[in-house]
Design a protein around this ligand. Sequence first.
Ligand code: FAD
Length: 301
Amino acid sequence: MILKDFFMALSQNQFLNSAAKKYGLKMGAQSVVAGTNIEEVIKSIKELNKHEISCTVDNLGEFVFKKEEAIQAREQILKVIEAIHKNKVDAHISLKPTQLGLDIEYSFCLSNLKEIVHQAHQYGIFVNIDMEDYGHLKPSFDLLDELSLEYDNVGTVIQAYFYQSQENLEKYKDFRLRIVKGAYKEPEEYAYQDKKDIDKNFIKLIEWHLLNGKFTSIATHDHKIIQHVKDFVKRNNIPNDKFEIQMLYGFRKDLQLKLASEGCNFCTYVPFGQDWYGYFMRRLAERPQNLNLVAKQVFNK
Ligand code: FAD
């Protein structure tokens, strides 16, 4: 718990975040971040596509407080969409509203998102709005509501640690939804704290959406839950085209390849870019054993 809190606090340290941008991928981040530019990320996607693995691409960045930075992020994501289209790779977009200015001004963020979703729509590319911490939950759903008035290529994430997740799941059941346990540190007031409660709710949400929803992305590295899902879809005759398993780039690579080779729809979340620091620290907070990624890099020099 102490390590988790330590890395979570580091993940929000603005000074370290800016410093990390200057120095490129360090501390083992290169194992879980697919490069710093579009060329590198397209290369990684092509490699994964060869194994029948589709990708969701995240141009890393979050908690942006300057308009220029949000505009820069928007332009970069538009370039990624062009690159996906031009290279004919099997990939879609994941993005974070705070990277596109949600903390600056809601309408500014909405217009940035609209530009992205519009461009992606022209090429038939899906855009996922990643979910961040509790403070951004409602405005992120509001963004989805407004975007879905005009576009059908947009969806979001349901975080199982929130008490209100079932309610949100039912409200958004007709969207393509990614269901996750939840990555941020949230207070007891809003969120389950105990791992057992989170896992129980996670399974409940997955089952409900598999039975009632449009398309379910089950995003987890938890092999027990994946096995549970495999048994559940078999028992309930859920067609293969109604769900997929997602994992993060660089994690449990053998399991990713195994699931894809068994014919399970599989999607890897592929982060790239210079703003890797917060993402990487959250991965260490989730699973301090990931520190061995850091150790390997340090000792392999
Ligand atoms: P955990 O609870 O971390 O682990 C459960 C068990 O799985 C472990 O005890 C271990 O046995 C096994 N395990 C886990 N990792 C490994 C490993 N690396 N190697 C070997 N065994 C392992 N969170 C958000 O809040 N918002 C988002 O938008 C969001 N998007 C995500 C997208 C994807 C594709 C993924 C995979 C996660 C996303 N998350 C997001 C993070 C998510 O909420 C969890 O914090 C994260 O996935 C850790 O939980 P877990 O389900 O993987 O399993």
